[in-house]
Design a protein around this ligand. Structure first.
Ligand SMILES: *[C@@H]1O[C@H](CO)[C@@H](O)[C@H](O)[C@H]1NC(C)=O
Ligand SMILES: *[C@@H]1O[C@H](CO)[C@@H](O)[C@H](O)[C@H]1NC(C)=O
Ligand SMILES: *[C@@H]1O[C@H](CO)[C@@H](O)[C@H](O)[C@H]1NC(C)=O
Length: 325
């Protein structure tokens, strides 16, 4: 009886020992991969975080909640993108919580930083004006570069070779028990973007500039004007996809020359610098202009900040969230 038990324990333990052994760090240029449990579906998809070392606590909370609520069923891989080197402590801590393969990518972004920035005087003048309008981060160069960096990565980075990525912001947590394979839902609906909800902000003068750029843009097969940068709840409010919790079909995005060309055009315009366009302003506008198929992920609950959250299905007991009116 005892022998059976020992054998049983060993047969459970050995794969783990082997797994730990295999998980030795594999330096692949600037990509590091740690193998975890095998994925349960054949979909080519990954959870994706743009992050840095200092976000570790937030990142761990995000991974833990996404694993507990959803990914424990699928073991989708995780991809971490950083513009700076991630410490081995960061990689050990995150890969021990993730149930799927983990990849850490450091991208040397110096190549294209500031490509959209051509007129520094205009930049100073405009950021002053936006700052006067009360637009957050309008004078933060690192914020602007970060927006550019994310869009470039989504469009071109070779390590993002997945058909789908689910973008999660460090600190975001899932609040509902999730049975659905959302990547599969995306595939079923041929959707280019899956989004939980919209985020709205005051329509500043930079957004008007974005719409003017869209209206001036000519390309064969462009849908008719007016080209709004998503939808307005009111005259002064601008609403777009929440970028912190969205699924993007990179295959549809990268494979569609119209979408790529317009996005690249807006990057070249430099509005990220002059008009504080964010990556999500640009992406939302591009998708809206082309009437791209989107899928609302209504049932996926999350909390990011008290004012940025989505709490579906309160009665079902599936979700542990609380919203103040
Ligand atoms: C996903 O698909 C791409 C291209 O179709 C392929 O190069 C890549 O290896 C696939 N990734 C996985 C994890 O299967
Ligand atoms: C998705 O695309 C496939 C192949 O193009 C097509 O057969 C299918 O009907 C489409 N599904 C939906 C829901 O549009
Ligand atoms: C790009 O996507 C849009 C929206 O789905 C579609 O209407 C258009 O035909 C696509 N263009 C190309 C070149 O695939």
């Amino acid at each position: 009886m005892k022998l059976v038990l020992v054998c049983l324990l060993l047969s459970i333990a050995i794969p783990f020992v082997v797994q730990r052994f295999r998980s030795n760090e594999l330096p692949l240029n600037n990509v590091l991969s740690v193998k975890r449990l095998p994925q349960k579906t054949s979909l080519n998809a990954s959870l994706l975080l743009f992050t840095e070392d200092g976000d570790l606590l937030d990142v761990l909370q995000t991974i833990r909640s996404v694993e507990d609520r959803w990914n424990k069923r699928f073991h989708y891989p995780w991809t971490f993108f950083s513009s700076e080197k991630l410490s081995s402590y960061f990689m050990e801590a995150t890969s021990s919580v993730a149930s799927g393969n983990c990849e850490y990518v450091q991208w040397d972004s110096t190549e294209y930083f500031g490509t959209g920035l051509k007129d520094t005087m205009y930049y100073l003048e405009r950021s002053e004006k936006l700052s006067g309008e009360g637009v957050k981060y309008s004078r933060s160069g690192s914020f602007h570069r970060y927006q550019e960096w994310i869009l470039h990565s989504l469009l071109y980075h070779p390590q993002l070779r997945f058909q789908y990525v689910w973008r999660l912001e460090p600190g975001l947590r899932f609040t509902c028990e999730e049975e659905l394979d959302y990547f599969e839902e995306m595939a079923k609906h041929n959707a280019t973007v899956g989004f939980t909800n919209h985020v709205c902000e005051t329509r500043h003068s930079g957004i008007l500039e974005l719409e003017q750029s869209l209206n001036k843009y000519e390309q064969e097969g462009m849908p008719e004007r007016p080209r709004t940068a998503w939808e307005y709840s009111t005259e002064d409010t601008y609403c777009k996809f929440l970028p912190y919790d969205e699924i993007i079909s990179l295959k549809e995005l990268r494979g569609n020359s119209s979408l790529v060309q317009l996005t690249q055009h807006l990057l070249n315009e430099g509005g990220i610098y002059y008009h504080r366009w964010t990556e999500s302003d640009i992406l939302s506008a591009v998708l809206q202009v082309y009437n791209t198929p989107v899928l609302p992920l209504d049932t996926a609950g999350y909390i990011f900040r008290p004012d940025i959250n989505h709490c579906p299905d309160m009665e079902s007991g599936r979700c542990a969230c609380y919203l103040e009116d």
